[in-house]
Design a protein around this ligand. Structure first.
Ligand code: GDP
Ligand code: IMO
Ligand code: MG
Length: 446
């Protein structure tokens, strides 16, 4: 089995958690490579449902080593709560490790996140208010606190004191707000230390030796390609690098060690928070998708904006991530529609039709989708377990996405449960797609 990156191909919530959980059945290690507790990854099996924010979605597989890697920003409170909740449900976290290099989300990061959002007024990003932006900003400004600092009480006290001095001035002068006092933060974080300290280690060599010795490693992305700080719909993005390249930066693995990149894409499109969304359906069809897909945020409970599938966006995602395959999820949600639409291009205000995803968010805002209409299917497909059991219209839909993106759909998901899944080719065993010829051969597969 090669090493596989699982990346969100759209704006997040594509069911990465489910796909990683499925792949983890045959994996030795699952590594979460970026983001923080802004993520909410749902895993469902045996009638149970788990929502993970920081812990990798391979945690339910006893043979898997679960790693929270260097690129993640860790909120100790969320992590400790997540560990305790899993343990209370009888899930072992004995194989969980957290990178000493990972940065720590502090209470003042959460506070600043909320205050900055308020200050943006009508230009709000719609962040999760989990302190993610301010934590990554401190990291880039080289004044963050790292998990390694938590291992040493004196060192933690010193970096915390210096951070609070700066943050209390900033909060008072810019926002007229109070910063939590040293004793308060210390008191709160001290109780997390006995749980966290045994988990903190240098994870880079662990991942490297797993990769080098041919172990089966899944790199779990958070958020989605269009939320990437550099390649997403800036400024309506997160502050990390969800794209596949982020797996290298976030774990300390070189790009030559990545064998396959699976882009998880819903059969339609959703977005939480602000920003352009060309195929958004603020109408009955959008509501139909939202209700059937239970499209309410895993982390914040906010209703997700819903719209048709956008292959301009997916082609861009294939390009940015070097996708070798798609996992198409929530296909069951489209059942019952007379017709379904796929966006294949955008029309600009001057009438020009473009197939390239615009780099300018203002231009994206002005794009009108150019749709292809396909026949829908009436049948519920939640019980389908093989490609040839799908209604012909559903097969045609999936195949048209492959044609429009040039990327094979390797996995199809027809419901939230682990078992509601089937594979069209084995991404773990088959050689990754490296040429157009190989792509054509894959697309000829049934
Ligand atoms: P993630 O952040 O990418 O892991 O995705 P989320 O967990 O935030 O959102 C995906 C939602 O879709 C969750 O509620 C899943 O239980 C659910 N889900 C996953 N796959 C399917 C599917 O194929 N069909 C349906 N109807 N729901 C699914
Ligand atoms: P998973 O891993 C969907 C969105 C927020 C907001 C923007 C910035 O579950 O797919 P942030 O709190 O990161 O500063 O918010 O990014 N966002 C997500 N949307 N899924 C996620 O994670 C997200 N994480 C952040 O809604 O628009
Ligand atoms: Mg989610």
């Amino acid at each position: 089995m090669p090493t596989v990156v699982v990346v969100g191909a759209q704006w997040g919530d594509e069911a990465k958690g489910k796909v990683v959980d499925c792949l983890a059945q045959d994996a030795d290690m699952v590594v979460r490579y970026g983001g923080g507790s802004n993520a909410g990854h749902t895993v469902r099996f045996d009638g149970r449902e788990f929502k993970l924010h920081l812990i990798p979605s391979g945690i339910f597989r006893p043979q898997v080593t679960s790693i929270i890697a260097s690129g993640v920003v860790v909120d100790p409170q969320v992590l400790v709560e997540e560990i305790r909740a899993l343990q209370a449900d009888g899930v072992s976290v004995d194989n969980l490790k957290v990178s000493a290099r990972a940065h720590v989300v502090m209470p003042y990061h959460r506070l600043l996140d909320a205050l900055e959002e308020k200050q943006r007024g009508s230009a709000q990003i719609g962040t999760t208010c989990r302190g993610i932006g301010p934590a990554y900003a401190d990291k880039a400004a080289r004044k963050g606190i790292r998990m390694a600092d938590l291992r040493h009480p004196e060192r933690f006290a010193a970096v915390l004191r210096s951070a609070l001095e700066e943050k209390s001035r900033l909060l008072k002068l810019v926002y007229d707000a109070d910063c939590p006092a040293l004793e308060e933060v210390w008191g709160e974080y001290e109780q997390f230390l006995p749980v966290l300290r045994p988990l903190i280690t240098d994870t880079d060599p662990l991942v490297y030796s797993a990769v080098k010795s041919g172990k089966r490693v899944v790199f779990e992305g958070a958020q989605g390609t269009l939320l990437d700080l550099d390649h997403g719909t800036y400024p309506y993005v997160t502050s990390s690098h969800p794209i596949s390249g982020g797996a290298c930066v976030g774990t300390g693995i070189g790009p030559t060690h990545i064998d396959a990149v699976i882009g998880v894409a819903k059969a339609y499109t959703t977005r939480v928070g602000s920003g352009a969304f060309p195929t958004e359906l603020p109408n009955e069809t959008g509501n139909y998708l939202r209700e059937r897909g239970r499209e309410y945020g895993t982390t914040t409970g906010r209703p997700r904006r819903c719209g048709w599938l956008d292959t301009v966006l997916l082609r861009y995602s294939a390009q940015v991530n070097g996708l070798t395959a798609f996992a198409m999820t929530l296909l069951d949600v489209l059942s019952g529609l007379e017709t379904v639409q796929i966006c294949r291009a955008y029309r600009l205000p001057d009438g020009q039709v473009v197939e390239q995803f615009p780099s300018d968010s203002v231009v994206l805002q002005q794009c009108e989708p150019v749709y292809e209409q396909l026949p829908g299917w009436k049948e519920e497909i939640a019980d389908v377990r093989r490609w040839d059991e799908l209604p012909e219209e559903a097969k045609r839909y999936v195949q048209r996405v492959e044609e429009l993106t040039g990327v094979p759909v390797a996995m199809v998901s027809v419901g939230p449960m682990r078992t509601q899944t089937f594979w069209r080719h084995n991404v773990l065993e088959d050689a990754p797609v490296r040429s157009l010829k190989e792509l054509a051969r894959r697309q000829a597969l049934p």
